[in-house]
Design a protein around this ligand. Structure first.
Ligand SMILES: NC(=O)c1ccc[n+]([C@@H]2O[C@H](COP(=O)([O-])OP(=O)(O)OC[C@H]3O[C@@H](n4cnc5c(N)ncnc54)[C@H](OP(=O)(O)O)[C@@H]3O)[C@@H](O)[C@H]2O)c1
Length: 282
């Protein structure tokens, strides 16, 4: 697949710039099992077959369900597959996402990710900080310190942070190396512009969540206009814009559909022109 020609760096690993985010493989509202488990297994296998080597997940998707499906679909994992999980929240009985940042919460979450994914060491663990509408300034030293200890013990290979401010990234980096930042960013939400540039300068991967708008799909006339020029879809253009935005951006679009997966990977072939980029100043 052409998309994999554009290589990106995720910590020590080389990965295609378009990976896959597994959140959409759980049931509605990321809670409970999917309607069609076999279809979820098939999407994961197709992703790996097409060269995806960056797989983003969490044990709180489902909860547990998505990691179980990943293990069922992909074990034994390809040697070069980078499994990235996140900790810092849990699910309550109503499907809520309360924070789980105490040391015991984090140790248990890492243990449970290891067990369910069926690995001895997790490639990357992101500390996901709370904040529904964006990052909130507060110290992450204690929870990140716990993850740094687990890394020292060999249970985690590399660390990332998610839903963080620039100050929180600086604080985390003073404790242990950070290989990726996973924050909200896309063609219509540029609130993290400065952090995209800062991570590029630092050689840290920037992994936007909701690259297609997540639960509120991005819609814009300009995307349709550019898409028409390339014989592409608006979603492909939204992904191509992110790839163009900065070389340290790695994509993890989420989908429960093989057709959408294939379309998302093909977005790597789109070369945006100056005219396109001017149109996409949204
Ligand atoms: N760190 C965090 O706080 C955080 C938060 C949210 C997400 N994430 C991670 O980021 C990943 C990406 O986010 P996301 O999945 O929530 O949002 P997203 O990638 O922005 O969008 C996913 C939505 O777009 C649809 N879609 C995907 N490809 C499409 C295509 N080619 N054509 C039309 N529709 C398409 C999907 O539906 P279909 O299933 O029908 O394709 C789904 O409804 C997640 O999987 C997760 O791993 C992290």
């Amino acid at each position: 697949m052409e998309a994999m020609q554009k290589n990106g760096k995720l910590g020590a690993a080389e990965v295609g710039r378009i990976g896959y985010g597994a959140m959409q493989l759980a049931g509605p509202h990321v809670f409970g099992p999917p309607e069609d488990r076999d279809a979820a297994v098939a999407v994961l296998r197709r992703a790996v077959e097409l060269g995806v080597r960056h797989l983003d997940t969490s044990d709180y998707y489902g909860p547990y369900v998505v990691n179980e499906i990943i293990a069922e679909a992909l074990r034994p994992y390809p040697d070069d597959l980078v499994l990235v999980t996140k900790v810092g929240a849990r699910r309550d009985a109503d499907g809520g996402w309360p924070e789980a940042l105490e040391a015991d919460d984090l140790r248990l979450a890492v243990r449970e990710n290891l067990d369910r994914l069926g690995v001895d060491s997790i490639d990357v663990v992101n500390l996901r900080m709370p904040g529904l509408t964006g990052p909130v300034e507060r110290s992450l030293a204690e929870p990140f310190g716990v993850l740094a200890e687990l890394r020292e013990q060999g249970l985690i290979k590399e660390l990332g942070v998610s839903n963080v401010t620039a100050a929180q990234l600086t604080e985390a980096r003073s404790i242990a190396p950070v290989v990726c930042v996973q924050n909200l960013f896309n063609v219509v939400d540029h609130s993290d512009d400065a952090l995209v540039d800062e991570t590029a300068e630092l050689g840290i991967a920037y992994v936007p969540f909701f690259p297609l708008g997540g639960f509120t799909p991005i819609q814009a006339e300009a995307l349709n206009r550019v898409a028409a020029r390339h014989g592409a879809t608006d979603r492909q253009v939204a992904l191509a814009w992110l790839l163009h935005r900065s070389p340290n951006i790695l994509l993890i679009p989420g989908t429960s559909s093989i057709a959408h997966l294939e379309s998302n990977l093909a977005a790597g072939d789109i070369e945006l022109t100056e005219e396109d980029l001017a149109d996409l100043t949204l």
